[in-house]
Design a protein around this ligand. Structure first.
Ligand SMILES: Nc1ncnc2c1ncn2[C@@H]1O[C@H](COP(=O)(O)OP(=O)(O)O)[C@@H](O)[C@H]1O
Ligand SMILES: [Mg+2]
Length: 337
């Protein structure tokens, strides 16, 4: 392992996840290839965005990092300052330890919190299950500490989740995810269910906790405008594959893949005179059970040619941190589309 690899909390190599769809009577067993051949590094300490339309495989990728999806090929490595794991050959004991180090924050704060437990018990549950404290006093101390950090007051701890607004519930979910002092967080559409005015509050909390606790996030969202505000790097997924990865400012200043360009142009502009380069994304994302051959985006791409229908494009490296998978990205640069 080289030094560069040591700086990445997560490295995936050719990661693929397939869900069995059942058997046809005569034919072979069918699969949905939800994640296909993804090679990606998530630097330690980063706020790493993963974006793509619904159905592109973002949640499945996140779950594969938690060893909670049927990986059919490739591998996932995890490195923090203390341990390194290869999820393909992790032991039961190691998996238990790994799951203390990484946590998931869900989209729906209404579904994620048990309605019959007080906030105190909701927050205490993970550390009790993990055996991280030895007395009720110690547990309560930790509960009070994380509640304060997540701006929940002591009064709140005695109440049940239904007494709270969506934004407050999401803060409870975040406190619950962070109480065990994890290193890596997968935040899956964590603000998608919230009003725009509340989203900023929750994003600010995630960001401030990152600094305070030295966290790394994989922040999954279908909304590139949310990613723009908070992430320092972005990976764009389409139909189970990576089409482009770049530092956020680079992706917004100079997107290379036609799909990234289309996602960007769908963000409402603040400039009323700006009608440049609007590329509407036509049609639906095809089914991952029967993806098109060649470049998977070719059925919706305005620049697709014959080669795109036949050959799958490889990831090109513009730099160590900027990659793009498109047969024509260079031509599109020179023709300035
Ligand atoms: N447990 C499952 N069984 C079968 N298919 C699944 C399962 N989970 C996800 N899929 C399929 O995998 C594809 C990717 O889904 P998902 O990862 O949820 O995408 P996203 O989070 O980007 O919306 C979809 O076509 C979805 O229907
Ligand atoms: Mg999802």
């Amino acid at each position: 392992m080289n030094d560069q690899a040591q700086n990445n909390i997560i490295s995936t190599k050719n990661l693929s996840v397939s869900f069995p769809l059942g058997k046809t009577f005569f034919g072979p067993k069918l699969f949905v290839k939800a994640v296909s051949n993804i090679t990606l590094d998530i630097p330690r300490g980063s706020f790493f965005g993963l974006v793509g339309e619904s159905g592109s495989g973002k949640t499945t990728f996140g779950r594969a990092l938690l060893k909670a999806a049927p990986v059919s090929n490739g591998h996932v490595e995890y490195h923090d300052e203390e341990v390194s794991y290869n999820l393909n050959d992790i032991t039961k004991e190691e998996l238990k330890d790994y799951r203390k180090r990484m946590q998931l924050i869900f989209q729906d704060p209404y579904a994620a919190l048990s309605p019959r437990m007080t906030v105190r018990d909701i927050l205490a549950e993970p550390i009790e299950l993990m055996g991280l404290t030895s007395s009720r006093e110690e547990t309560d101390e930790k509960v009070r500490e994380i509640a304060a950090k997540c701006r929940l007051n002591l009064e709140h701890l005695r109440r049940f989740p239904h007494a709270f607004s969506g934004g407050q519930r999401q803060r409870i979910s975040i406190a619950r995810a962070l109480i065990s002092n994890p290193k890596f967080i997968v935040a899956d559409e964590s603000v998608a269910a919230l009003d725009v005015s509340i989203q900023a509050d929750v994003l600010n909390l995630l960001k401030s906790m990152q600094k305070e606790m030295g966290l790394t996030y994989l922040f999954i969202s279908h909304d590139l405008s949310v990613i723009a505000h908070i992430c320092d790097q972005v990976a764009v997924m389409y139909l189970g594959q990576l089409v482009e990865t770049a530092p956020t400012h680079e992706l917004f200043a100079g997107p290379k893949h036609p799909y990234t360009k289309a996602l960007l142009s769908a963000i409402p502009s603040l400039d009323p005179d700006d009608d440049s380069k609007a590329q509407r994304l036509e049609g639906e994302i095809p089914s991952p059970a029967s993806p098109p051959p060649g470049c998977k985006f070719h059925t919706r791409c305005p620049f697709a040619t014959d080669i795109c229908k036949k050959d799958e494009p490889q990831l090109d490296y513009l730099s160590v941190t900027h990659t793009v998978a498109c047969h024509h990205w260079k031509d599109l640069e020179t023709s300035n589309t």
